[in-house]
Ligand binder design. Structure first.
Ligand code: MRU
Length: 309
């Protein structure tokens, strides 16, 4: 199953809002379709939205549209992940937008395998690894970053178990990470987000690995809930790793300058189709956390394991 593919000059995105129940692809014929897919999270995860954005630019070019305008609109689809901005700029400055997008597609898989290779060196036989959100194949072109590390360690024969936080409100952990682990027969358990601290306190977690939407001066931005996991891991002396490609890095700015996406109240007011709060409830729905560098044991990249900077 592919997260996305390019065929007959159209982009096909696995519709992640339908997973795990249905495997359907959303066909993008224009760059506006790609923007719609990113905004509605049919495609999500920092590396995946980066590569989708690159193909969105290719669609704009094929249609003879103004690339600067298309790029600005695509960048505005979601504000937090660096990869979106990185990808649009990279194809914009290339000689051939489609060729560059196709190159980025292939590179993403190689990059994640390299992250997996370095990351598996910190995984021990018998580890139980807690992860938050979905930093897997579905968040990338394939293989994944945090789940790529888990995949690599598992395929090296290490006996490991995975705990997925459900990751309210969009449930990327329950719907996507558990699904990915099951597909590969990697032992997996699902917990509610608020159980993570208890699991650590009870000695049921030996490592934490998460992905990132932005790595910058002073720390990392990742899915809401990651900060509480990192704080609990510090309290219980559990190593907390971030796995992310260099395309997620911003070496110029402070992590505290990150724009945190605020999403629709309905994501919180409803659990799936079911409304869970009274009419008139006021909601805040920040989609990302900032994790300070002192809570991070190491950042696993395709070039090795780095310290927060
Ligand atoms: O809102 P999402 O699902 O796009 O958020 C995704 C995450 O927070 C991931 O952990 C991050 O993008 C890393 S994906 C390899």
């Amino acid at each position: 199953m592919k997260t996305m593919y390019w065929k007959d000059n159209h982009l096909f995105l696995l519709d992640q809002t339908e997973l795990p129940d249905e495997i359907t692809y959303f066909e993008c014929k224009t760059y506006k379709d790609v923007i719609h897919a990113i905004k509605t999270m049919k495609v999500r995860g920092a590396p995946a939205i980066g590569v989708a954005a690159a193909f969105g630019m290719a669609l704009a070019e094929l249609a003879g549209e103004d690339l600067q305008k298309a790029g600005d609109e695509i960048k505005a689809a979601r504000p937090t992940a660096v990869n979106l901005f990185w990808a649009v700029d990279r194809v914009f400055n290339s000689d051939n937008v489609l060729d560059e997008a196709l190159k980025m597609y292939d590179e993403d898989i190689e990059t994640n395998k390299a992250i997996g290779k370095y990351g598996s060196t910190v995984i021990d036989n018998g580890d139980t690894i807690l992860t938050h959100c979905n930093a897997g194949a579905l968040a990338c072109v394939d293989y994944g970053t945090a789940l790529g590390v888990i995949r690599a360690a598992f395929h090296e024969g290490k006996k490991i178990k995975v705990i997925c936080d459900e990751t309210r409100p969009f449930c990327q952990g329950a719907r996507l990470s558990v699904f990915e682990m099951q597909q590969e027969n990697i032992p997996v358990k699902l917990i509610v987000d608020s159980a993570a601290g208890r699991m650590m306190q009870a000695g049921k977690v030996s490592k934490v690995i998460v992905g990132a939407d932005r790595v910058a001066k002073g720390g990392v931005a990742n899915k809401i809930g990651t900060l509480m996991v990192a704080l609990a891991a510090k309290r219980f002396n559990i190593p907390f790793y971030v796995a992310a490609p260099k395309s997620t890095f911003d070496f110029e700015n402070s992590i505290y300058d990150t724009e945190i996406e605020e999403r629709e109240p309905d994501e919180v007011l409803y659990f799936g189709e079911c409304r869970v709060a009274p009419e008139g409830t006021e909601v805040e729905n920040p989609s990302f956390d900032i994790v300070p560098g002192d809570l991070i044991t190491g950042i696993i990249t395709e070039e090795g394991i780095l310290e927060p900077f």
